[in-house]
Design a protein around this ligand. Structure first.
Ligand SMILES: Nc1ncnc2c1ncn2[C@@H]1O[C@H](COP(=O)(O)OP(=O)(O)OP(=O)(O)O)[C@@H](O)[C@H]1O
Ligand SMILES: [Mg+2]
Length: 162
């Protein structure tokens, strides 16, 4: 079976941590995750959870001004990008991101939708924070067969509370 869409409720920080763990497991050999969502919807918090689970011990902060933070682990390189200030895909060239990423490279891009064309195999995450009620959701959309298989495993794990 393959899953192309998954919606999960992120009712508290523990839920974000749990999703971060599942996503970290999915990118242990590399992968691309593009995050979108309004200001304060939890993009950086989810990236922090993924990085923590991958073994990043540095404190992970949003690269809003320097655009890219890279973390070099023995087994993996993690690139955390914040595209809030970059709109035109050509501006992203300055970051010199691998496209497509080589094995053992992870790209986690906040405001990353502009990179969709560059990365045909990826997971798109839309974070939703509904104002008054503050109910947070994440909509995950797998693009490409590999991520569909991975999302299948994530969906299965989520259902079983893993
Ligand atoms: N699942 C959650 N439950 C409760 N609070 C959360 C959750 N996820 C994130 N938050 C809180 O929401 C606030 C904003 O989160 P965060 O900075 O990750 O958002 P962001 O989408 O990266 O914002 P920006 O667009 O400004 O970069 C933080 O205080 C964070 O702790
Ligand atoms: Mg952020």
């Amino acid at each position: 079976m393959t899953t192309s869409h998954l919606e999960v409720i992120l009712g508290d920080l523990r839920a974000t941590e749990k999703l971060g763990s599942a996503l970290a497991f999915a990118v242990t050999n590399g992968g691309v995750i593009l995050l979108e969502g309004p200001l304060g919807s939890g993009k950086t918090t989810l990236v922090q959870a993924i990085c923590r689970q991958l073994g990043v011990t540095d404190s992970v902060t949003s690269p809003t001004y320097d655009l890219l933070h890279s973390y070099y682990l023995p087994h993996l390189t993690v690139h955390h990008v914040d595209g809030y200030r970059l709109l035109d895909p050509r501006e992203w060239d300055v970051l010199d991101l691998p496209a497509p990423p080589t094995f053992k490279e992870v790209i986690l891009a906040e405001w990353g939708a502009v990179l969709q064309e560059q990365y045909p195999d990826r997971l798109d995450i839309q974070l939703i924070c509904e104002g008054a009620t503050e109910v947070r959701h994440a909509q995950l959309r797998a693009i490409g067969p590999e991520w569909m298989r991975k999302l299948d495993a994530i969906a299965e794990g989520w259902r079983h509370g893993v």
